[in-house]
Structures are given as C-alpha cells and as structure tokens.
Design a protein around this ligand. Structure first.
Ligand code: SF4
Ligand code: SF4
Length: 229
C-alpha cells in the first residue's frame, strides 16, 4: 500500500491562501490513507475542525472508496456536487495518485493534504516499512522474497557490503543486513544461493508508468510503432 504522512499544516494554509480560498471541501481515501491513519473519516473530521478553527468554511467532506480510481472519484464528486461547487478549493487527504485523480475529476483548485512516502508493508497496525520501489524488473524470485533494491540502504543487489557486522546492517544499525536475511531464508528453503544477480535493467522503471491490461504494454518508447499507455 502507499504510505503517507500529514503534510505540514503551514504549507496547506499557504496553498489555500495562495488562491484566496475561504471555503474548502475535503476528500479522503478509504484504502491506503485510511489504513495509514492519515486520510480516513477520523482524520477528515479532525482536519475539518482545524480548518474551521482557522476561519475556513468546510462545505463538506467524503472518504472516497478508492480515491485513485477515476470513475469512482468522478461519481463521488457528482454525489457531492453542491458542496464542491460551494467551495473555493478541495483538500485531498490521499496519496499523490489520489490527489491527481481528484484534480482530474473536479474542476476546482485541488491541493494535497498529505505527503506520499513509499510503497510499503503494514507490519502491524500503525507500523509501515518500505518494501518495493516498483523497479519493473523484479528479482524477488532469486532473493527469497526479500527486495535488496529497497531494503538494503545501499540498494546492493549482491551483498553483503564490507560494513556488515555480526549480521547487522552498517547503515540501519538496528536492522539485520538484508543479504544475511536473504541468504538465511534461501538456505532454510533448501534453495541455496542462485549465484550473482546480473545488473538490473533500470530502463524498465521508465516514468511515468502506464499499463493497458489488454496487451500489457507498460511504456511507449521512442521508436515503438505500437504501444499503449
Ligand atoms: S526487485 Fe523491484 S519490483 Fe521487485 S520488490 Fe524490489 S523494487 Fe519492487
Ligand atoms: S550491511 Fe547489508 S543491508 Fe546494510 S548496507 Fe550493507 S549490504 Fe546493505
């Protein structure tokens, strides 16, 4: 899931002031931002209270089911048309994809209410760890399901580095070295080390990504005759 944190409040106010907004509609997200405790119902009510205390009118709010889903967000916007029409701006408590989807769905100035941090795992309630950088050339098949690109602070594919000490990481000293974990899990699974990983093809991580499930084309590249986004 996408891990988010609240955006600096002064920056949110600055954004609203930049267009002279006095009234705001709030949009949250029922998926990642709700699980991250940053953009669910509770956080929207708190934000509404904060804005009201700061002298803004909150015309309404909604927690989109999946705010990064364009059709769903358009539908939500239609349901709240009057409240949105009555607002000078829309503040979105969702990840960057959710903010952009809302901006596509609503013809009002839309501002982010959160900072998007990383694609991560919910280790337990309220504890999140980054696990994937969406590199487009996954090596988890070779690394026992542990991503060295993301979880080794140096991003080393083949390790450990010379700084590993007693199995612990030299950078994040409270964590076991990623490569020690990989080797242990491979051994436990009787798989052994699969050899040295070849340099990755980072061109597969070309941005912006796009997928069309009909033909699974992920990027249109210079020179491609066919390609879908
Ligand atoms: S190898 Fe790439 S795709 Fe696979 S988990 Fe790591 S960053 Fe994500
Ligand atoms: S000790 Fe291991 S996890 Fe830490 S930076 Fe070196 S190789 Fe990466």
């Amino acid at each position: 899931m996408i891990i988010t944190k609240p955006r600096d409040w002064a920056r949110i106010i600055q954004n609203l002031e930049s267009i002279g907004a006095r009234s705001v509609f709030l949009m949250g997200c029922g998926q990642c931002a709700t699980v991250a405790h940053t953009g669910g119902e509770k956080e929207l009510v708190e934000t509404a209270g904060r804005l009201t205390a700061a002298g803004y009118e909150v015309t309404g709010w909604t927690v989109g089911e999946v705010t990064c889903h364009l059709n769903g967000t358009k539908l939500d916007a239609r349901k709240h048309r009057d409240e949105i029409d009555g607002a000078d701006a829309v503040l979105v408590l969702a990840c960057g994809a959710g903010v952009q989807t809302t901006a596509d769905a609503i013809a009002k100035p839309v501002f982010p209410g959160l900072e998007s941090l990383f694609l991560g795992t919910v280790v337990r309630n309220g504890v999140f760890e980054e696990r994937c950088q969406t590199c487009g050339d996954c090596v988890l098949d070779m690394t026992a399901g542990i991503c060295p690109v993301t979880t080794c602070p140096k991003g080393l594919l083949n390790g450990p580095c010379g700084g590993m000490w007693n199995g612990m990481c030299e950078v994040l000293t409270d964590r076991e070295c990623t490569h020690v974990r990989i080797q242990r899990r491979l051994t436990e699974q009787g798989r052994g080390l699969g050899g040295t990983l070849a340099p990755k093809d980072f061109s597969t991580a070309l941005k912006p990504g796009g997928v069309n499930i009909r033909d699974r084309v992920t990027h249109r590249r210079a020179g491609d005759r066919e390609g879908a986004r």
